[in-house]
Write a protein that binds this ligand. Sequence first.
Ligand code: NAD
Ligand code: UD1
Length: 334
Amino acid sequence: MKILATGGTGYIGSHTVVELIASGHEVEILDNLSNSKESVLDRINEIAGVRPKFFNADICDFNALSKIMREGNYDAVIHFAGLKAVGESVEKPLEYFETNVGGSVNVLKAMREAGINKIIFSSSATVYGDQGLGFYDEEAQTGIKIACPYGETKYMIERILMAEAVARPEFECTILRYFNPIGAHPSGLLGEDPNGIPNNLMPVIMRVSTGDIPELQIYGDDYDTEDGTCIRDYIHVVDLAKGHVSALDKMKTGAEVYNLGTNKGTSVLEMIKAFEDASGKKLPTKVVARRAGDVPVHCAIADKANRELGWKAELDVADACRDTLNYLAHEARG
Ligand code: NAD
Ligand code: UD1
Protein backbone atom coordinates (compact mmCIF):
# COMPACT_ATOMS: atom_id res chain seq x y z
CA MET A 1 0.00 0.00 0.00
CA LYS A 2 1.03 3.61 -0.43
CA ILE A 3 0.85 5.34 2.93
CA LEU A 4 1.06 8.90 4.18
CA ALA A 5 2.46 9.03 7.72
CA THR A 6 1.69 12.33 9.47
CA GLY A 7 4.22 12.84 12.26
CA GLY A 8 6.36 10.16 10.60
CA THR A 9 9.70 11.64 11.67
CA GLY A 10 8.68 11.44 15.34
CA TYR A 11 9.55 8.72 17.84
CA ILE A 12 6.79 6.18 17.14
CA GLY A 13 6.26 7.31 13.55
CA SER A 14 9.89 6.76 12.51
CA HIS A 15 9.97 3.22 13.96
CA THR A 16 6.69 2.43 12.24
CA VAL A 17 7.90 3.78 8.89
CA VAL A 18 10.88 1.40 9.12
CA GLU A 19 8.60 -1.59 9.76
CA LEU A 20 6.20 -0.56 6.99
CA ILE A 21 9.04 -0.33 4.45
CA ALA A 22 10.36 -3.71 5.63
CA SER A 23 6.92 -5.16 4.95
CA GLY A 24 6.90 -3.85 1.38
CA HIS A 25 4.78 -0.72 1.80
CA GLU A 26 5.60 2.62 0.19
CA VAL A 27 5.62 5.43 2.75
CA GLU A 28 5.69 9.21 2.49
CA ILE A 29 6.00 11.46 5.53
CA LEU A 30 4.34 14.73 6.46
CA ASP A 31 5.71 16.51 9.53
CA ASN A 32 6.26 20.10 10.62
CA LEU A 33 9.42 19.08 12.53
CA SER A 34 8.17 20.77 15.70
CA ASN A 35 9.36 17.76 17.72
CA SER A 36 11.64 15.86 15.33
CA LYS A 37 14.49 16.36 12.92
CA GLU A 38 14.75 15.95 9.17
CA SER A 39 17.93 13.87 9.71
CA VAL A 40 15.62 11.05 10.86
CA LEU A 41 14.94 10.48 7.13
CA ASP A 42 18.62 9.59 6.62
CA ARG A 43 18.47 7.24 9.60
CA ILE A 44 15.40 5.53 8.12
CA ASN A 45 17.32 5.24 4.85
CA GLU A 46 20.27 3.64 6.67
CA ILE A 47 18.04 1.03 8.28
CA ALA A 48 15.42 0.39 5.61
CA GLY A 49 17.28 1.31 2.42
CA VAL A 50 14.69 3.89 1.40
CA ARG A 51 14.59 7.62 2.15
CA PRO A 52 10.88 8.41 2.28
CA LYS A 53 9.56 11.39 0.36
CA PHE A 54 9.07 14.18 2.90
CA PHE A 55 6.63 17.07 3.13
CA ASN A 56 7.45 19.77 5.67
CA ALA A 57 3.85 20.70 6.38
CA ASP A 58 1.52 21.37 9.27
CA ILE A 59 -1.69 19.44 9.85
CA CYS A 60 -3.28 22.76 10.83
CA ASP A 61 -2.74 23.99 7.24
CA PHE A 62 -5.71 22.46 5.47
CA ASN A 63 -4.73 23.67 2.00
CA ALA A 64 -1.27 22.10 2.19
CA LEU A 65 -2.72 18.87 3.54
CA SER A 66 -5.38 18.75 0.89
CA LYS A 67 -2.89 19.29 -1.96
CA ILE A 68 -0.56 16.56 -0.66
CA MET A 69 -3.41 14.09 -0.28
CA ARG A 70 -5.02 14.88 -3.65
CA GLU A 71 -1.72 14.46 -5.49
CA GLY A 72 -0.31 11.53 -3.51
CA ASN A 73 -2.58 8.67 -4.57
CA TYR A 74 -2.42 7.19 -1.06
CA ASP A 75 -4.26 4.07 0.05
CA ALA A 76 -4.03 4.91 3.73
CA VAL A 77 -3.04 7.55 6.26
CA ILE A 78 -1.34 6.75 9.57
CA HIS A 79 -1.92 9.75 11.75
CA PHE A 80 0.78 10.19 14.41
CA ALA A 81 1.16 13.98 14.25
CA GLY A 82 0.21 15.91 17.33
CA LEU A 83 1.35 17.45 20.57
CA LYS A 84 1.88 15.01 23.42
CA ALA A 85 3.27 16.66 26.55
CA VAL A 86 0.81 16.17 29.39
CA GLY A 87 2.04 19.08 31.55
CA GLU A 88 2.25 21.48 28.61
CA SER A 89 -1.34 20.62 27.67
CA VAL A 90 -2.49 21.93 31.06
CA GLU A 91 -0.67 25.21 30.43
CA LYS A 92 -1.62 25.56 26.77
CA PRO A 93 -4.96 23.80 26.30
CA LEU A 94 -5.99 25.81 23.24
CA GLU A 95 -2.83 24.86 21.34
CA TYR A 96 -3.51 21.21 22.16
CA PHE A 97 -7.14 21.31 21.03
CA GLU A 98 -6.21 23.30 17.93
CA THR A 99 -3.36 21.01 16.81
CA ASN A 100 -4.65 17.64 17.94
CA VAL A 101 -8.39 18.01 17.40
CA GLY A 102 -8.40 20.72 14.71
CA GLY A 103 -5.48 19.11 12.89
CA SER A 104 -7.19 15.71 12.94
CA VAL A 105 -10.39 17.21 11.52
CA ASN A 106 -8.26 18.66 8.72
CA VAL A 107 -6.68 15.26 8.09
CA LEU A 108 -10.13 13.67 7.86
CA LYS A 109 -11.54 16.38 5.59
CA ALA A 110 -8.54 16.19 3.27
CA MET A 111 -8.84 12.39 3.18
CA ARG A 112 -12.52 12.61 2.33
CA GLU A 113 -11.80 15.10 -0.46
CA ALA A 114 -8.99 12.93 -1.88
CA GLY A 115 -11.03 9.73 -1.60
CA ILE A 116 -8.67 8.06 0.89
CA ASN A 117 -10.65 5.60 2.99
CA LYS A 118 -8.21 4.06 5.46
CA ILE A 119 -6.81 5.67 8.61
CA ILE A 120 -4.89 4.38 11.60
CA PHE A 121 -4.87 6.77 14.53
CA SER A 122 -2.41 7.02 17.44
CA SER A 123 -4.57 7.12 20.52
CA SER A 124 -3.54 6.59 24.10
CA ALA A 125 -4.37 4.52 27.15
CA THR A 126 -5.03 7.87 28.78
CA VAL A 127 -8.59 7.79 27.29
CA TYR A 128 -9.51 5.21 29.97
CA GLY A 129 -8.94 7.88 32.60
CA ASP A 130 -8.88 6.91 36.23
CA GLN A 131 -11.43 4.15 36.83
CA GLY A 132 -9.31 2.19 39.26
CA LEU A 133 -9.48 -0.99 37.16
CA GLY A 134 -5.74 -1.52 36.87
CA PHE A 135 -5.96 -3.59 33.67
CA TYR A 136 -8.09 -2.25 30.81
CA ASP A 137 -9.58 -3.96 27.77
CA GLU A 138 -11.29 -2.09 24.93
CA GLU A 139 -14.71 -2.64 26.52
CA ALA A 140 -13.77 -0.42 29.44
CA GLN A 141 -15.48 2.94 29.38
CA THR A 142 -13.56 5.92 28.08
CA GLY A 143 -13.74 9.62 28.81
CA ILE A 144 -14.10 9.27 32.58
CA LYS A 145 -11.86 11.41 34.78
CA ILE A 146 -9.28 12.00 32.04
CA ALA A 147 -6.32 13.66 33.76
CA CYS A 148 -5.43 16.44 31.31
CA PRO A 149 -6.32 18.34 28.12
CA TYR A 150 -3.92 16.10 26.12
CA GLY A 151 -6.00 13.07 27.13
CA GLU A 152 -9.20 14.94 26.34
CA THR A 153 -7.95 15.61 22.81
CA LYS A 154 -7.33 11.88 22.23
CA TYR A 155 -10.81 11.06 23.51
CA MET A 156 -12.39 13.74 21.29
CA ILE A 157 -10.49 12.58 18.20
CA GLU A 158 -11.64 9.01 18.82
CA ARG A 159 -15.26 10.25 18.97
CA ILE A 160 -14.77 12.23 15.75
CA LEU A 161 -13.30 9.18 13.97
CA MET A 162 -16.21 7.02 15.12
CA ALA A 163 -18.69 9.61 13.84
CA GLU A 164 -16.90 9.80 10.49
CA ALA A 165 -17.08 6.00 10.23
CA VAL A 166 -20.87 6.24 10.61
CA ALA A 167 -21.11 9.04 8.04
CA ARG A 168 -18.87 7.33 5.44
CA PRO A 169 -19.73 3.65 4.92
CA GLU A 170 -16.54 3.07 2.91
CA PHE A 171 -14.37 4.43 5.76
CA GLU A 172 -11.93 2.01 7.44
CA CYS A 173 -10.63 3.31 10.74
CA THR A 174 -8.35 1.66 13.28
CA ILE A 175 -7.76 3.37 16.59
CA LEU A 176 -4.68 2.11 18.43
CA ARG A 177 -4.49 2.87 22.13
CA TYR A 178 -0.82 2.81 23.06
CA PHE A 179 0.18 2.09 26.63
CA ASN A 180 3.70 3.27 27.63
CA PRO A 181 6.07 3.16 24.64
CA ILE A 182 9.76 2.87 25.52
CA GLY A 183 12.98 1.65 23.92
CA ALA A 184 14.69 2.37 20.65
CA HIS A 185 15.57 0.76 17.34
CA PRO A 186 18.17 -2.01 17.88
CA SER A 187 20.44 -0.30 15.32
CA GLY A 188 20.81 2.63 17.74
CA LEU A 189 19.79 5.00 14.93
CA LEU A 190 16.26 5.85 16.10
CA GLY A 191 14.97 6.59 19.56
CA GLU A 192 13.22 9.11 21.73
CA ASP A 193 14.91 12.42 22.10
CA PRO A 194 12.46 14.75 23.85
CA ASN A 195 13.01 18.50 23.77
CA GLY A 196 13.34 20.22 27.14
CA ILE A 197 12.94 18.59 30.53
CA PRO A 198 11.37 15.15 30.20
CA ASN A 199 8.48 13.97 32.38
CA ASN A 200 8.06 10.35 31.40
CA LEU A 201 9.97 7.72 33.31
CA MET A 202 12.28 6.30 30.63
CA PRO A 203 13.41 9.67 29.23
CA VAL A 204 14.14 10.80 32.82
CA ILE A 205 16.11 7.59 33.48
CA MET A 206 18.09 8.28 30.29
CA ARG A 207 18.99 11.80 31.43
CA VAL A 208 19.94 10.57 34.91
CA SER A 209 22.15 7.89 33.38
CA THR A 210 23.97 10.51 31.30
CA GLY A 211 24.31 12.83 34.31
CA ASP A 212 22.13 15.58 32.78
CA ILE A 213 19.68 15.13 35.66
CA PRO A 214 21.35 14.56 39.06
CA GLU A 215 18.90 12.01 40.47
CA LEU A 216 15.78 10.12 39.60
CA GLN A 217 12.85 11.19 41.72
CA ILE A 218 10.55 8.28 42.45
CA TYR A 219 7.06 9.73 42.72
CA GLY A 220 5.79 7.87 45.77
CA ASP A 221 6.53 4.44 47.24
CA ASP A 222 3.36 4.17 49.32
CA TYR A 223 0.94 2.99 46.63
CA ASP A 224 -1.08 -0.16 47.10
CA THR A 225 1.26 -2.26 44.95
CA GLU A 226 3.79 -4.93 45.86
CA ASP A 227 6.79 -2.59 46.17
CA GLY A 228 4.73 0.58 46.72
CA THR A 229 5.59 2.22 43.39
CA CYS A 230 3.26 2.66 40.40
CA ILE A 231 2.87 -0.03 37.80
CA ARG A 232 2.62 0.62 34.05
CA ASP A 233 2.56 -1.41 30.87
CA TYR A 234 5.77 -0.53 29.04
CA ILE A 235 5.79 -1.58 25.41
CA HIS A 236 8.89 -1.67 23.23
CA VAL A 237 8.53 0.84 20.40
CA VAL A 238 9.50 -1.79 17.80
CA ASP A 239 6.64 -4.03 18.96
CA LEU A 240 4.36 -1.01 18.83
CA ALA A 241 5.54 -0.22 15.30
CA LYS A 242 4.84 -3.78 14.19
CA GLY A 243 1.33 -3.43 15.61
CA HIS A 244 0.63 -0.80 12.96
CA VAL A 245 1.74 -3.13 10.16
CA SER A 246 -0.57 -5.86 11.50
CA ALA A 247 -3.42 -3.36 11.83
CA LEU A 248 -2.94 -2.17 8.26
CA ASP A 249 -3.20 -5.74 6.97
CA LYS A 250 -6.52 -6.27 8.75
CA MET A 251 -8.42 -3.07 8.13
CA LYS A 252 -12.15 -3.23 7.60
CA THR A 253 -15.03 -0.79 7.29
CA GLY A 254 -16.17 0.96 10.43
CA ALA A 255 -14.10 2.00 13.44
CA GLU A 256 -12.20 -0.62 15.45
CA VAL A 257 -10.23 -0.01 18.63
CA TYR A 258 -7.21 -2.01 19.81
CA ASN A 259 -5.03 -1.71 22.89
CA LEU A 260 -1.34 -2.07 22.13
CA GLY A 261 0.37 -3.19 25.31
CA THR A 262 2.03 -6.24 26.79
CA ASN A 263 -0.55 -7.47 29.37
CA LYS A 264 2.23 -7.11 31.92
CA GLY A 265 2.92 -4.47 34.53
CA THR A 266 6.31 -3.17 35.64
CA SER A 267 6.79 -1.01 38.74
CA VAL A 268 9.01 2.06 38.87
CA LEU A 269 11.52 0.17 41.03
CA GLU A 270 11.51 -2.80 38.64
CA MET A 271 12.16 -0.46 35.72
CA ILE A 272 15.06 1.19 37.53
CA LYS A 273 16.53 -2.24 38.28
CA ALA A 274 16.12 -3.37 34.67
CA PHE A 275 18.01 -0.29 33.49
CA GLU A 276 20.73 -0.75 36.11
CA ASP A 277 21.10 -4.40 35.10
CA ALA A 278 21.43 -3.42 31.44
CA SER A 279 23.95 -0.64 32.09
CA GLY A 280 25.83 -2.22 35.00
CA LYS A 281 25.60 1.15 36.78
CA LYS A 282 23.52 2.26 39.77
CA LEU A 283 21.18 5.18 39.22
CA PRO A 284 20.97 7.84 41.94
CA THR A 285 17.36 7.87 43.16
CA LYS A 286 15.27 9.57 45.81
CA VAL A 287 11.71 8.86 46.87
CA VAL A 288 9.59 12.03 46.78
CA ALA A 289 5.89 12.82 47.08
CA ARG A 290 3.33 11.30 44.73
CA ARG A 291 2.81 13.09 41.41
CA ALA A 292 -0.68 14.57 41.03
CA GLY A 293 -2.88 12.55 38.71
CA ASP A 294 -0.91 9.28 38.94
CA VAL A 295 -2.80 6.03 39.42
CA PRO A 296 -1.27 2.93 41.06
CA VAL A 297 -1.77 0.51 38.16
CA HIS A 298 -2.57 1.27 34.49
CA CYS A 299 -1.98 -1.66 32.15
CA ALA A 300 -3.36 -3.21 28.99
CA ILE A 301 -5.35 -6.26 28.23
CA ALA A 302 -4.25 -6.53 24.61
CA ASP A 303 -5.91 -9.85 23.80
CA LYS A 304 -8.09 -8.33 21.07
CA ALA A 305 -5.06 -7.28 19.04
CA ASN A 306 -3.66 -10.79 19.44
CA ARG A 307 -6.92 -12.44 18.41
CA GLU A 308 -7.92 -10.16 15.53
CA LEU A 309 -4.65 -8.70 14.27
CA GLY A 310 -2.41 -11.66 15.02
CA TRP A 311 -0.13 -9.26 16.90
CA LYS A 312 1.58 -9.75 20.23
CA ALA A 313 4.37 -7.87 21.96
CA GLU A 314 7.54 -9.96 21.84
CA LEU A 315 10.12 -7.78 23.55
CA ASP A 316 10.38 -6.94 27.24
CA VAL A 317 11.68 -4.12 29.41
CA ALA A 318 15.18 -5.65 29.46
CA ASP A 319 15.25 -5.44 25.64
CA ALA A 320 14.00 -1.86 25.83
CA CYS A 321 16.69 -0.86 28.34
CA ARG A 322 19.43 -2.48 26.23
CA ASP A 323 18.22 -0.74 23.06
CA THR A 324 17.85 2.59 24.86
CA LEU A 325 21.44 2.37 26.09
CA ASN A 326 22.61 1.48 22.60
CA TYR A 327 20.75 4.52 21.23
CA LEU A 328 22.32 6.75 23.89
CA ALA A 329 25.79 5.43 23.00
CA HIS A 330 25.15 6.14 19.30
CA GLU A 331 23.94 9.67 20.06
CA ALA A 332 26.96 10.33 22.27
CA ARG A 333 29.30 9.26 19.42
CA GLY A 334 27.34 11.65 17.14
P1 NAD B 1 6.63 12.70 18.70
O1 NAD B 1 6.48 14.08 19.23
O2 NAD B 1 7.97 12.09 18.69
O3 NAD B 1 6.02 12.62 17.23
C1 NAD B 1 4.96 13.44 16.80
C2 NAD B 1 5.39 14.09 15.50
O4 NAD B 1 4.34 14.97 15.06
C3 NAD B 1 6.66 14.93 15.63
O5 NAD B 1 7.58 14.55 14.63
C4 NAD B 1 6.19 16.37 15.43
O6 NAD B 1 7.16 17.16 14.80
C5 NAD B 1 4.95 16.16 14.58
N1 NAD B 1 3.97 17.24 14.70
C6 NAD B 1 3.53 17.84 15.84
N2 NAD B 1 2.63 18.79 15.53
C7 NAD B 1 2.49 18.76 14.19
C8 NAD B 1 1.72 19.52 13.27
N3 NAD B 1 0.91 20.50 13.69
N4 NAD B 1 1.79 19.23 11.96
C9 NAD B 1 2.63 18.26 11.50
N5 NAD B 1 3.40 17.53 12.32
C10 NAD B 1 3.33 17.78 13.64
O7 NAD B 1 5.61 11.79 19.52
P2 NAD B 1 5.43 10.21 19.53
O8 NAD B 1 5.77 9.73 20.88
O9 NAD B 1 6.06 9.61 18.34
O10 NAD B 1 3.85 10.14 19.41
C11 NAD B 1 3.19 9.89 18.19
C12 NAD B 1 1.70 9.86 18.45
O11 NAD B 1 1.41 8.86 19.40
C13 NAD B 1 1.15 11.17 19.04
O12 NAD B 1 -0.12 11.40 18.48
C14 NAD B 1 1.04 10.85 20.50
O13 NAD B 1 0.06 11.63 21.14
C15 NAD B 1 0.67 9.39 20.48
N6 NAD B 1 1.00 8.68 21.72
C16 NAD B 1 2.29 8.74 22.20
C17 NAD B 1 2.60 8.10 23.39
C18 NAD B 1 4.00 8.17 23.96
O14 NAD B 1 4.17 7.93 25.15
N7 NAD B 1 5.02 8.46 23.18
C19 NAD B 1 1.61 7.39 24.10
C20 NAD B 1 0.32 7.34 23.57
C21 NAD B 1 0.03 8.01 22.37
C1 UD1 C 1 2.04 9.56 31.29
C2 UD1 C 1 0.89 10.51 31.16
C3 UD1 C 1 -0.22 9.87 30.35
C4 UD1 C 1 0.32 9.44 29.00
C5 UD1 C 1 1.50 8.50 29.20
C6 UD1 C 1 2.10 8.17 27.84
C7 UD1 C 1 1.01 11.90 33.18
C8 UD1 C 1 0.34 12.25 34.46
N1 UD1 C 1 0.42 10.93 32.48
O1 UD1 C 1 1.59 8.50 32.05
O2 UD1 C 1 -1.29 10.77 30.16
O3 UD1 C 1 -0.68 8.77 28.27
O4 UD1 C 1 2.49 9.12 30.02
O5 UD1 C 1 3.31 7.58 27.89
O6 UD1 C 1 1.99 12.50 32.79
N2 UD1 C 1 7.84 8.44 37.43
C9 UD1 C 1 8.73 8.65 38.47
N3 UD1 C 1 9.69 9.59 38.28
C10 UD1 C 1 9.83 10.30 37.13
C11 UD1 C 1 8.93 10.06 36.08
C12 UD1 C 1 7.94 9.12 36.26
O7 UD1 C 1 8.63 8.03 39.52
O8 UD1 C 1 10.73 11.15 37.05
C13 UD1 C 1 6.79 7.41 37.61
C14 UD1 C 1 5.39 7.99 37.52
O9 UD1 C 1 4.95 8.41 38.75
C15 UD1 C 1 4.62 6.78 37.01
C16 UD1 C 1 5.64 6.00 36.18
O10 UD1 C 1 6.91 6.47 36.57
O11 UD1 C 1 4.22 6.01 38.09
C17 UD1 C 1 5.46 6.20 34.70
O12 UD1 C 1 5.40 7.58 34.43
P1 UD1 C 1 5.26 8.18 32.95
O13 UD1 C 1 6.36 7.64 32.12
O14 UD1 C 1 5.13 9.65 33.06
O15 UD1 C 1 3.94 7.50 32.38
P2 UD1 C 1 2.41 7.53 32.92
O16 UD1 C 1 2.34 7.99 34.31
O17 UD1 C 1 1.83 6.21 32.62
